[in-house]
Design a protein around this ligand. Structure first.
Ligand SMILES: [Zn+2]
Length: 276
């Protein structure tokens, strides 16, 4: 009888971590869920894998954002393993990587080195099994990112790698403009999972289904703050939204993701003209 898989979270030092990813360890091998952003962090994750002394079987991606695939090269380290995601996630990453390079290179320098991409598509509801651990994908489509794909581990839908559908009380990225779909997905996922489900998320966590309410409130507060701001002065309006969001969530953690989202969402809502 195989024992339950063990879930390891990286970086090991959780406090202040920008993003996290997971190694799922079975009796004989390891499956990774996401790959972090930075070269040094994903190298440390690889070292953690090697310390387990078991082969990597696959990497599963929870969505198309670069903080979850940027470290694939270091994590995989030349192993010939499938990197699995729905076709929509694969296509989004291929389409947007050049743009992400422009944004992330100035921010992260040599710590940003995305050169390895998902290579194995999977359809909604399909499963993959590695040494007794079964992972089932939910192809959500646009949500927090342009294409999102949470994974369920095992039976009973109680262990879920949720990606960024819930941020654990950190500021959120809404800049891709899919907040309406995100809000719809929150209700769909809320109905789907049992009360005692454990959500392994991309930023902080793990969290439980009680956090759906917080995530909905964050998104709604953000939209209200943008609508309420005086957009005759863009800089002023941006500052007003940031003040309002820090009133809702008094932390600077991941604040830059929220700040990057203000103008794109204001443009999407027709409050300002889009800037290129
Ligand atoms: Zn993320």
């Amino acid at each position: 009888m195989a024992s339950e898989p063990t879930i390891h979270r990286y970086p090991v030092e959780h406090e202040g971590a920008f993003v996290n990813a997971y190694l799922v360890e079975t009796d004989t091998s390891v499956v990774a869920v996401d790959a972090l952003l930075m070269v040094s962090d994903s190298r440390a994750m690889r070292a953690g894998l090697e310390a387990l002394g078991k082969p990597l079987r696959a990497v599963l991606l929870t969505h198309s954002h670069p903080d979850h695939y940027g470290g694939l090269t270091q994590l995989v380290a030349g192993d010939d393993v499938p990197i699995i995601a729905p076709q929509g996630v694969i296509d989004t990453i291929a389409r947007d990587d050049e743009m992400k390079e422009e944004i992330l290179r100035p921010m992260f320098g040599d710590e940003w080195a995305a050169e390895t991409f998902p290579n194995t598509p999977i359809s909604d509801g399909d499963s993959v099994t590695f040494d007794g651990a079964t992972f089932t994908v939910i192809d959500l489509g646009p949500s927090e990112s342009p294409h999102d794909s949470p994974w369920i581990l095992g039976e009973g839908e109680r262990t879920v790698f949720l990606g960024d559908q819930i941020y654990d009380h950190k500021h959120c990225f809404l800049g891709d403009g899919f907040h309406e779909q995100w809000l719809e997905n929150i209700e769909t996922l809320r109905d789907r999972f049992p009360e005692d489900a454990v959500f392994y998320v991309g930023h902080g966590g793990p969290v439980g289904p009680g956090e759906w309410d917080w995530q909905r409130a964050y998104i709604e507060t953000f939209l209200e703050a943008i609508r309420a701001a005086d957009w005759s002065n863009r800089e002023q309006a941006q500052a007003e939204v940031v003040v309002e969001m820090k009133r809702f969530l008094p932390t600077d953690e991941l604040s830059f993701l929220m700040e990057l989202s203000v103008e794109p969402v204001a443009a999407q809502l027709g409050l300002v003209a889009a800037t290129a």
